[in-house]
Each structure stands twice: as structure tokens, then as C-alpha cells.
Design a binder for this molecule. Structure first.
Ligand code: 13P
Length: 251
């Protein structure tokens, strides 16, 4: 079990109408939080303001799933960090593997999005992870180090204070295949080592590193038992109030 304050975050992805989002946040408000975790939900942009309004005064914080790198302009369909913040987001997920693989978010683009989030005081949840092919080629740590190195290039420990890292192996996302607790621990320890080398031991020790990829009510306890796992970023089961409640209240 981590000595850092755990974070349990739900990424709702492209799910939920306004009514469904409202029902889910209302259910989560009364779901308990026995570990005093930081609980975060990331609705889609259409539900963000509504969910933030309903979460106000509760222990639940609201994140957006992405931001554009500019504050405003002619970028049809995109949402700026100013707008996300205005709608009530306190956090921004950046570099989710679906953003990287489906929408072409490169390390260079992410590096600009990091600047955008920092400009507006959004706490970054920076996602990294390897594909199955990369894992099988023994490239996991090299891939992740390069995502961290290039995505965060140019920022100091002071700039990145409070940033959260999410390790999400691409092969475990939405597949029902979870990394074993040992696999998660190995990568989390390597990420912490990277942070120590780059930003110092104190920064590394304070940074929360979340695991994501088929986290369920049935496997969260063993994953959270790992010393370098400080929380979970949950997809599918974050949409189900009772399942996500159990994950928040992990043992
Ligand atoms: P699943 O929990 O559905 O595998 O999704 C994980 C994820 O991508 C969270 O960001």
C-alpha cells in the first residue's frame, strides 16, 4: 500500500448522456471513501459542466480527458484549457493511448498540451504505456522513458509539481487483460526511477503513479497492494456506480 494519498480516477471516455452522467455522479457522492483517496471523474466535454456543478462541495474532483494546446482560436471541435477550466475541470488527462493512437497525439503535441494545462493550473494526469508488440520486444521501459522524456521536455520539477502519471499498458485497456501486480509494480518502479533521475528523489517520492488497464472491483486490491502503485485510472468499470464504488473503497 502506498504511503502517498491514493487517487482513484474514472475515465468515462465517450460515454454517458447528461442524464446518465448526473445519475452516476450523484451515486458516487454517497459511495463512501474509506481510504480518503482523491476521487476524480473525467466525463466527456458535454457533461463536464453539469458533473462539476453536481460534484461541488463533495469529495469528488472533475477532470477533462484532453485539452487543445491553444487558449482559443479557429480549431473546430477542439476544447481549450480555458474552456475546460471554466466548465469546472481541475485536472486534465493528457496522452491517453486512445488520443495517441486514434487521434495522432504525438510527443511533440503532448508537450504543447502540457504547457497549456500548466498555464491554467490544471493538474496533469500524464498517460504512458507500451503496446503488446513493444512489450514482447522487451521495449517497455524504453518506450515509457521516451514518452516521458519527450512529452515533458523543457519543464522543471517546479513546473510539474503535483503532476500525476498514469501507466496504462495499451494491451490491457478495454481488453479484460490486466497487467499482473508484479508487472505493474516493475513499470511503476521504473517510472519513479526516471522521475528521480530527472527531477530528483523528493519529486519522485511525492509523485502519484496510477495504474490503468482493465482495473476491476475484483483485481483492484492486489494492484493497490504494490508499493509503487498509488492509484487507478479506470475505464469500463468507472461507468458502473457500484463497481467504481468498490474500486474507490479498495482494501
Ligand atoms: P479500461 O478500464 O476499460 O481497461 O480502460 C482503462 C483506461 O483506458 C482508463 O483511462
Amino acid at each position: 500500500m502506498t504511503k502517498r494519498t491514493p487517487i482513484i480516477a474514472g475515465n468515462w471516455k465517450m460515454h454517458n448522456t447528461l442524464a446518465e452522467s448526473a445519475a452516476l455522479i450523484e451515486a458516487l457522492k454517497t459511495a463512501g471513501n474509506k481510504n480518503n483517496a482523491e476521487v476524480i471523474v473525467a466525463p466527456s466535454f458535454t457533461s463536464l459542466a453539469k458533473v462539476a456543478e453536481l460534484a461541488k462541495g463533495s469529495h469528488i474532483q472533475v477532470s477533462c480527458q484532453d485539452v487543445h494546446w491553444e487558449d482559443k482560436g479557429a480549431f473546430t471541435s477542439a476544447v481549450s484549457p480555458v474552456q475546460a477550466k471554466d466548465a469546472g475541470a481541475t485536472h486534465a488527462i493528457l496522452g491517453h493511448s486512445e488520443r495517441r493512437s486514434v487521434f495522432g497525439d504525438t510527443d511533440e503535441i503532448l508537450n504543447k498540451k502540457v504547457a497549456a494545462a500548466l498555464r491554467h493550473g490544471l493538474t496533469i494526469i500524464f498517460c504512458v504505456g507500451e503496446t503488446l508488440q513493444e512489450r514482447e520486444a522487451n521495449e517497455t521501459i524504453a518506450v515509457i522513458n521516451s514518452q516521458l522524456e519527450n512529452g515533458l521536455k523543457g519543464y522543471t520539477a517546479e513546473d510539474l509539481k503535483g503532476m500525476v502519471i498514469a501507466y496504462e499498458p495499451v494491451w490491457a485497456i478495454g481488453t479484460g487483460k490486466t497487467a499482473t501486480p508484479e508487472q505493474a509494480q516493475e513499470v511503476h518502479a521504473a517510472i519513479r526511477q526516471f522521475l528521480a533521475d530527472k527531477y530528483g528523489k523528493e519529486y519522485a517520492e511525492a509523485t502519484r503513479i496510477l495504474y490503468g488497464g482493465s482495473v476491476k472491483d475484483s483485481n483492484v486490491d492486489e494492484i493497490m497492494a504494490q508499493p509503487d502503485v498509488d492509484g487507478a485510472l479506470v475505464g469500463g468499470q468507472a461507468l458502473l456506480a457500484d463497481k467504481f464504488a468498490r474500486i474507490i473503497n479498495f482494501n
